[in-house]
Design a protein around this ligand. Structure first.
Ligand code: NAD
Length: 475
């Protein structure tokens, strides 16, 4: 399906434009590249839901497996009024490349249900979620070793709990049933740190990018995050957490944009206070001490150092790109920048940290959750006390050797065994930093690679191609 402008490429076509740009740097047979690009299975479903009014309604849903080169496949489920097959294919393809970039051992998938969640009661959303899950079960499009969904736009831990429960009801006694979906509440087999993982990952990636003094110098910026002026679009899961971690790191959040408008304050906004205001009043507008910006798109054009689009795709287009002054665009959302807009921004030497890398924190921690569900033990539970005992013995030996007793506070900091949240955040930080340098090195080592997105796609294409070449083609 084409996007708003008839001539503009669709979202899936845009992802493929990025793929081809990277493929030009790789020496693989055309057929192999075509196989990597092609969605392997596309499932479209229509099912009824009974409204509280007594009426029936037909709901459209999709699940796309983009690549079976590794299984299970993985990717979120989106609830949105405009979601369509092209969009789900694009998002599934991004998942394949994303997992490869951060070395998460899954193929890519995505799901979509075309509903405006605001128009349904919680009970109705539960019926839709359970019925959609049942449809996935019928066609073997969900399961711990087959396809493991997660939250995306319009869904969260609540929906994931319903999915897990529905799957378990259809598979009584299946010991690994909980691993059929990630992003569950911690009390339902979820993992600590998953809710904030995508935003925290964005922060780690952005921090790493801003630590590279030569890259910052080229942009006319100082090294480090502190003091950088940031605009965030979308104050949902991804945007809220990205904004919050950036604020904690010393960034000045000058504007936050939501659906119906944005708020701006040159001296900086307190992210939690704005989120509370949004929650309480139902609108981001009229936040005390801040200026309203309507239409909301105006926020994207504010003078700032870092722009974090964290709402939806196609937000930065050929139309507004010439007026965007941010030096860094940190893509929190999937597909926020169109291919035409990217050309304009790259010509202005903007550093675009691409979605396919930057928002991979969610799937990374989802991977940890899946591993936790399969191992049936919380990370840290087995080793924490043992580690603390070892640290205590080292501290005591040092005290005896030096005759100096450390303070209780110092002792508490040193004698600290890793708990689940420590290990999750550590694994996430390691993943985001490691992947950033892999991409940056491709860009630096190969002089013709023009930008980080192309470098990220090259990294992905190479890894997926290696997997196909090692396995051969069945039969
Ligand atoms: P969400 O539903 O929690 O939040 C999205 C927010 O964007 C909402 O508050 C919504 O009101 C706002 N919004 C919608 N249209 C807007 C507009 N035009 N201008 C400003 N704000 C607008 O969704 P999310 O999970 O935060 O996902 C956001 C994006 O991040 C999506 O592109 C999604 O695919 C991507 N993503 C999410 C995750 C995850 O773990 N949730 C992981 C990777 C990528």
């Amino acid at each position: 399906m084409a996007s708003a402008h008839a001539s503009a490429p669709s979202f899936f076509e845009t992802v493929n434009i990025y793929f081809e740009k990277a493929a030009a740097f790789c020496d693989y047979p055309r057929g192999l590249l075509d196989q990597i690009k092609a969605p392997n299975s596309v499932y479209a479903v229509q099912f009824p839901v009974r409204r509280e009014t007594g009426d029936y309604e037909v709901i459209s849903g999709w699940r796309v497996h983009h690549s079976h080169h590794r299984t299970p496949v993985k990717g979120g489920i989106r609830y949105a009024p405009e979601v369509n097959e092209d969009e789900v294919k694009a998002l599934a393809a991004l998942m394949t490349y994303k997992c490869a970039i951060v070395d998460v051992p899954f193929g890519g998938a995505k799901g979509g249900v075309r509903i405006d969640t605001k128009k349904y009661s919680v009970e109705e959303i539960q019926h839709i979620t359970r019925r959609y899950t049942a449809e996935l079960i019928k066609k073997n499009f969900i399961g711990p070793g087959v396809d493991v969904p997660a939250p995306d736009y319009g869904t969260g831990p609540r929906e994931m709990a319903w999915i897990a429960d529905t799957y378990a009801a259809f598979h009584p006694g299946q010991i690994d049933a909980l691993a059929c979906v990630t992003g569950k509440p911690v009390t339902q087999g979820g993992i600590r740190g998953r809710v904030e993982a995508t935003g925290r990952g964005i922060y780690f990636g952005l921090r790493e990018a801003c630590m590279q003094s030569d890259d910052m110098k080229a942009l006319g910026l100082t090294t480090g995050l502190a003091g950088k002026r940031v605009v965030v679009q979308g104050l949902g899961n991804v945007g809220y957490h990205a904004a919050k971690f950036c604020q904690e790191a010393g960034c000045v959040i000058i504007a936050l944009a939501e659906r119906n408008g944005a708020v701006y304050r040159a001296q900086g906004l307190d992210v939690d206070a704005v989120a509370k205001h949004l929650h309480e009043t139902g609108s981001i507008l009229n936040f005390p001490g801040a200026e309203n910006l309507v239409p909301t798109q105006a926020a994207l054009e504010l003078e700032c150092d870092i722009l974090i689009p964290a709402a939806l795709e196609n937000q930065i287009t050929a139309e507004n790109a010439p007026r965007i002054t941010a030096k860094i665009i940190a893509e929190g959302a999937n597909g926020p920048t169109t291919a035409e807009a990217e050309k304009i921004l790259l010509a202005k030497r903007v550093l675009i940290i691409p979605d396919v890398y930057l928002n991979a924190g969610g799937v990374t921690v989802s991977y940890f959750e899946w591993v936790k569900n399969l191992s049936h033990v919380r990370f840290g539970r087995v080793g924490k006390r043992f580690e603390e005992g070892s640290f205590e013995r080292i501290v005591s030996a040092m005290e005896r050797a030096t005759g100096h007793r450390i303070s209780d506070e110092e002792r508490r900091t040193i004698v600290h065994g890793a708990d689940e949240i420590d290990l999750v955040n550590s694994g996430l930080e390691e993943t985001m930093i490691g992947a950033y340098h892999q991409i940056r090195e491709i860009r630096k080592a190969e002089a013709r690679v023009p930008d980080l997105r192309t470098a990220a796609f090259i990294s992905a294409v190479r890894k997926v191609a290696a997997s196909y070449l090692e396995l051969g083609v069945f039969p």
